[in-house]
Design a protein around this ligand. Structure first.
Ligand code: MD3
Ligand code: FE
Length: 212
């Protein structure tokens, strides 16, 4: 839950290049309906790392390309390997909220071409990693959090650097750009409790630009 005295909608600078807009998603139900539509077209799946481990987070994508991982590596592809079809499109109202959020954080002109959708059940986590499969790191990443709360871990440029722990709640928007873009980050094992509307799930959407 957000703090009692947190103002929704005011962008808060956490560190260099990291801005959080608490409860910036004014219509979370509309975003969840979009997630359900996306997952009906390109179903939730777990992916395998190049090292052969199954990730605990279930994923799907929307947009011109989608992020995938398998034994051959991490990459963006225009066709969903599960369906053999293009990924679902991103809804324009949601892309508009992404553009507004990026602009409020100091990144005008951001045009995502991919939305990676992550679904965490209780116990799921995302280990510390860097996002470096995109062509141009000058583009920010915008993330939407829905459902159960989680602890975001924000490290440094080395995996062993100390991590800042940042709680993320239903409706929060985070923009990551500038010098934070290549920092190690992850999500601590999700503990619950289940969310009153969404149930025992945390849904995270990350809007990225894969191709320059
Ligand atoms: C900071 N997802 O999908 S979103 C990911 O909540 C990922 O599911 C997390 O990390 C999640 O790759 C965190 C926020 C995020 C995304 C990309 C970043 C933060 C970032 C790239 C650089 C620095
Ligand atoms: Fe990431």
């Amino acid at each position: 839950m957000a703090g009692l005295f947190d103002l929704p909608g005011a962008p808060e600078k956490i560190t260099d290049g990291l801005v959080i807009i608490r409860e910036g998603i004014h219509d979370p139900d509309a975003v969840l309906r979009e997630v359900h539509r996306i997952a009906q077209q390109s179903p939730w799946r777990t992916m395998i790392t190049p090292g052969g481990k199954t990730m605990s987070v279930e994923m799907t994508n929307a947009g011109a390309v989608g992020w995938i991982s398998d034994r051959r590596g991490y990459r963006y592809e225009g066709v969903d390997p599960v369906t053999g079809e293009p990924w679902p499109t991103m809804h324009n109202d949601i892309v508009n909220l992404v553009r507004t959020s990026a602009t409020a954080a100091g990144y005008p002109g951001f045009e995502p071409d991919v939305c990676l959708v992550n679904r965490y059940r209780i116990g799921a986590k995302m280990s510390l990693h860097q996002d470096r499969d995109e062509a141009d790191f000058s583009h920010p990443i915008v993330s939407f959090s829905l459902g159960m709360s989680a602890t975001f871990l924000f490290g440094g440029l080395r995996r062993t650097d100390p991590t800042l722990k940042l709680p993320l709640h239903h409706g929060d928007i985070v923009v990551w750009g500038g010098s934070s873009r290549l920092h190690y980050h992850g999500i601590a094992s999700v503990n619950g409790p289940a969310h009153s509307m969404v149930g025992p799930y945390r849904i995270n959407l990350t809007f990225r630009r894969a191709h320059s």
